[in-house]
Design a protein around this ligand. Sequence first.
Ligand SMILES: [Zn+2]
Length: 659
Amino acid sequence: MERVDCLFVGGIVVTMDTAFNLYLDGAVAVRGDSIIAVGVSETIIAQYESDAVIDCAGKIIMPGLVNAHTHTSMTLLRGLADDRRLDVWLMGYMMPVERQFVSPEFCRLGAQLACAEMIRSGVTAFADMYYHEAEIAAAVADIGMRGVLGETILKFPAPDAESYEESLAYTRRFIQDWKGHPLITPAVAPHAPYSNTDEILQICTSLATEYDVPLLIHIAETKLEVENSLSEFGMTVVDRMKALGLFAAKVLAAHCVHITPTEIPVLCDEGATVAHCPTSNLKLASGIAPIAQMLKGEVIVGIGTDGPASNNDLDMFEEVRLAAILAKTAASDPTTLPARQALLMATRQGAEALFIGDITGSLEVGKRADLIVIDAEPLHNMPQFNRDINNVYSRIVYASHASDVEHVMVNGRWLMRDRALLTVDEAAILKAAQAVAVQIDRFLEEREGDVLSKLLAIGGIEQSESFEVQVKARLNDESFVDKLLKRPDVAVVQSIHYRQYDTYFLFGDPDSGRVRYREDDRLGDDGEIKSVRTRLTFTMPTKERAFHQTILLSHSRFIANADRPLRFYREYFRPSRELELHKDRRRWHILYQGVLFYVNVDRVISPQIHGTFIEIKSRTWSANDAEIKADRIQEMITFLGISEADILRADYLEMQTDA
Ligand SMILES: [Zn+2]
């Protein structure tokens, strides 16, 4: 008799090996970190003995599930801002909260919570991309799960790095520290092609090939990403990756929702693998990945939950079931992605997708002892039909729940026994996680009440201005403008013709200020559009002080390039009211007696306000300077033949509101 550390006997053994061997009354022998024997119980018991014999009658012994794509620490952001579009969710909520809260402690705690949840749902290995990945690795190794872990690299500053150079240096150290660890496979994780430059992507590739570690990346998640790639680089996302030589690395591409039939053979030929994340793709309405076509094209596809902020859980049983069901509807064919193949994607093929298929993913002699035991006879999975032994796959895929998982072992170590977690202090983690949620709630509550904080949170603020002197008047005779500009004491510095489309966001509390989204279409002499610029301006309520007929406006104004569509800002700011203004503006920068003024001659096209209006303004820095400039403006007003009755105090928006 040969002694082993543990014997699982008397259960249905689902090996998921290449022959798909099944044993109705089967057993698995474990010694150290490895599987020593798999087979019929009678044979195994005759050959092996152990002090730890686990009776698995009425249970299924199977490989642990492999979660091919997640962001573990985002458990702490679960349910934070649901039912929003990807850009609003990501840029408006996730990234600002991450900038504020993501720390080494946050990442460690989030990873612990995620590991506890994954162990409970029968996951033994996963691929992760996040920040402070060394903290995550330490937590994962401590808890005893298997992880392929990559530090996220972005072209813009990340919560744990001022620049991508820092992230790359961090990644190199991370790989050096963890390479060769029995549980952790370090990886390089550029976030996505759209969030990185060609140069960064190439450096990431050489880092991955230098150390022979996987490269984790998000690919073709949304239609917009592909459209942008086509317009910016003239290539689809996969083609761009190929052109950049990214496939020299072992690439695990998450999502691949919007890939064309010609890109599938590229992924296969280049040896890239795919992480299919159906819940996340459906919840964010990104689309349905062409999984059946990929599998037909012999691409290795695993299944992932994606981060718990977009799922919102890490339940792989649910994910496998959804993958199987969704593929059928996508193909209008219920024979597509049968249960056994779906389970394969979450076990052996999932491990292959993570490039750790040689050591895990199936119950085979010589592989690591990464296995789970699940209840085969719960209420929701009875009765059973055994005339075809293969029916067990459909029981697992279509009816088993995470809560059916009873035992979990990784690398020969017990992580859960009789539903009790052995390497995680569940109560302490839950308490700490709730404390973080309270802090985030408070942060968002403060921000939601303050439009400026909300604007600052999305970044890109360019400048702030405070004082200007200004007069606005009805212009009765436009020929006077020409006369003003031709005066010997006036020099025209610049002359511009715009078509301006403004959308104002107003808020219930007028003290909140207002946000203006402006599209400036610059027109040429022929009236053709020469260039388009979009800007976002936030203005606090204006304080006024009159100098003669001129008004000193003092306001805080923050200007940012609006690099996202109007819809993004609408959904992000959620104004209580919106107003639109469309006007034709001729604008001159002039020096009048050597002082710079801006002259705008406006015609408001929509909503129509009759007449032509003129604004003369100048920036100012002191009360004295403001008074001098107000005097100059007064002189120009006189040249323009404008009487006091023509002076207007209201801005166009107020005129529109009154109308
Ligand atoms: Zn992801």
